[in-house]
Design a protein around this ligand. Structure first.
Ligand code: SF4
Ligand code: SF4
Length: 410
C-alpha cells in the first residue's frame, strides 16, 4: 500500500474521473478514494460499509492513473483494498452482491456458458426477445432488464470456428503466437477470435489457441476476490506453458490482467508470462498486411484497460488508418469510461447507464457509422447506449474492420 503515500492531493485527476463528473462528490473522486484507502491502511478509520460503497462505485477504469503526475498506482491499490473488504465480508446495503456472485459463477466457466447458449439462441430466434422488448415486459425488473438489453446477438452453432492450430501464411513463420480466447469473447464474439487468428496468420505467425485455457481471472481481480483470481491465473499460465513467442489478447480487460500476473503472483514463471503478453494491436501494428479498400467513417473509443491499463492508444488508431478508404474521426473524450467496466454495468446499472448515455451523445457528434473498441464489454455497453438513443451505428472490434479489409492470396 506504499503507493497511497505518493498522492499529493493535487486534484489533477478529478476531471478525468467519470464518477466524480457525474456525482461531483469528493469521496467519489480518485483523491477522495485514496484518502479513504490511506486512512483505513493507517488504522485511522475502519473499513465500513460506507467506505465500501465509495469503492463499489469506482469503475476501476484507471483514468486517474493516466492523469496523475505522481504515479499513484490507483488500480492495484483499489484491488488490494477491495481484497481486504472482501475478506472481511464488509458489504454496503446498496451493493448488489447477488448479481455479482451470479456473474462470477457464470462468465469464467466455459461449460456453464456453453450450457446457457442454447437457451439464449432460442430466446432470440423464437421472436420472444422482440416481444419482450417491444412490450417492455421487463420494465419492472431493473437488473434483468439491464442484462437483457446488453445481450448481443448470440452466434449460431459452429459459427466462426477457431482451430487449435492455425498455420502461418506465406513462407517461414516469423513466430508462434498463443491466443487468449477469453470468456465473453469466446461465446458472444467468436468471430473476433477467428479474425484475430486469421490476421496473425496473414502477418506470418503460427497461432496456437490451447483448448484447455480457462478464464484469466480479471473479473475476480477487479472484485477483490484475489484467491480465486490467483488460482485462475496459475491455471492459465500453465495452459500456455508450450513454446510461444508472444501471448496475444484481443480483450483489453483480459490483456491488462495478464500483463499484471507477475505483480500479483510474484513468481518468475508468471513474470515471464506477463512479459510476453501483447494486445493484438501491438502485434499487428508493424505487420505487413495486404489491405483492400473499406470506404467507411469510423470513430474509436479507447477501452480503459487498453488506454489506461496498458497505455496502448496509438497502435489501434494507426492500424485503422492503414485501411485504404477508411476515414477515422476522433471521438471527444474517447478515453472516458463508457460505463462497461467488467460487470460494473450489471451491478451498478444507474451510473453505467448515465456514462453510456454520455458516450453515445459524443458518438452521435462524430457522424461516424461505425465505432471501434478493443474490448467486448465496451462493445456491448455502447451498443445498448446507442440503441437507447436511437442511434444507428455499428459497434465492432478493430480486428473485425481489419479482417474485412484483408485481401488474402488464394
Ligand atoms: S478508477 Fe476511474 S472511476 Fe475509479 S477513481 Fe479512478 S478515474 Fe475514478
Ligand atoms: S491521485 Fe495523483 S493526480 Fe490525483 S490527487 Fe493524488 S497525486 Fe494528484
Amino acid at each position: 500500500m506504499e503507493g497511497l503515500r505518493a498522492c499529493v492531493h493535487c486534484g489533477i485527476c478529478l476531471p478525468q474521473c467519470p464518477t466524480y463528473r457525474v456525482l461531483g462528490e469528493e469521496m467519489d473522486s480518485p483523491r477522495g478514494r485514496i484518502y479513504l484507502m490511506r486512512a483505513a491502511a493507517d488504522g485511522r478509520i475502519a473499513l465500513t460499509p460506507t467506505l465500501a460503497r465509495h469503492l463499489d462505485l469506482c469503475l476501476g477504469c484507471r483514468g486517474c492513473e493516466t492523469a496523475c503526475p505522481s504515479g499513484v498506482p490507483f488500480g492495484s491499490l483499489l484491488e488490494a483494498t477491495r481484497g481486504q473488504i472482501e475478506r472481511r465480508g464488509i458489504r454496503s446495503p446498496e451493493s448488489d452482491q447477488g448479481t455479482l456472485s451470479l456473474l462470477l459463477a457464470l462468465f469464467p466457466y466455459p461449460d456453464r456458458m456453453a450450457a446457457l447458449l442454447p437457451a439464449l439462441r432460442l430466446y432470440q430466434g423464437s421472436g420472444l426477445q422482440a416481444l419482450v422488448r417491444g412490450l417492455g415486459l421487463l420494465a419492472p425488473f431493473r437488473r434483468l432488464r439491464t442484462m437483457e438489453a446488453l445481450l448481443p446477438r448470440v452466434p449460431g452453432v459452429g459459427s466462426a470456428r477457431l482451430e487449435e492450430l492455425t498455420p502461418a501464411r506465406g513462407g517461414k513463420p516469423r513466430g508462434r503466437a498463443g491466443l487468449l480466447v477469453g470468456c465473453v469473447q469466446r461465446f458472444f464474439y467468436p468471430d473476433v477470435n477467428a479474425q484475430t487468428a486469421r490476421l496473425l496468420a496473414a502477418a506470418g505467425y503460427e497461432v496456437v489457441a490451447p483448448r484447455e485455457q480457462g478464464c484469466c481471472g480479471a473479473l475476480h481481480l477487479h472484485s477483490g476476490r484475489l484467491d480465486d483470481f490467483r488460482a485462475m491465473a496459475k491455471q492459465l499460465v500453465a495452459s500456455f506453458r508450450g513454446d510461444v513467442d508472444v501471448i496475444v489478447a484481443n480483450a483489453a480487460g483480459c490483456g491488462s490482467a495478464l500483463k499484471e500476473y507477475g505483480h500479483w503472483l510474484q513468481d518468475p514463471e508468471a513474470e515471464a508470462f506477463s512479459q510476453k503478453v501483447k494486445d493484438i494491436s501491438e502485434v499487428l501494428v508493424d505487420a505487413d498486411l495486404p489491405l483492400g479498400e473499406l470506404p467507411v467513417t469510423v470513430t474509436y473509443q479507447d477501452a480503459c484497460h487498453l488506454a489506461h491499463g496498458q497505455k496502448v492508444r496509438a497502435e489501434p488508431r494507426a492500424l485503422l488508418r492503414r485501411i485504404p478508404g477508411l476515414k477515422l474521426v476522433e471521438l471527444a473524450e474517447s478515453d472516458l469510461c463508457c460505463g462497461s467496466a467488467g460487470v460494473y454495468n450489471l451491478v451498478e446499472p444507474g451510473m453505467a447507464a448515465e456514462l453510456g448515455r454520455r458516450t453515445a451523445e459524443r458518438i452521435r457528434e462524430t457522424g461516424a457509422s461505425i465505432v471501434a473498441a478493443g474490448n467486448p464489454g465496451c462493445i456491448m455497453q455502447m451498443d445498448r447506449a446507442c440503441r437507447a438513443l436511437g442511434l444507428n451505428v455499428e459497434i465492432v472490434h478493430p480486428v473485425s474492420l481489419l479482417a474485412r479489409a484483408l485481401r488474402e492470396a488464394p
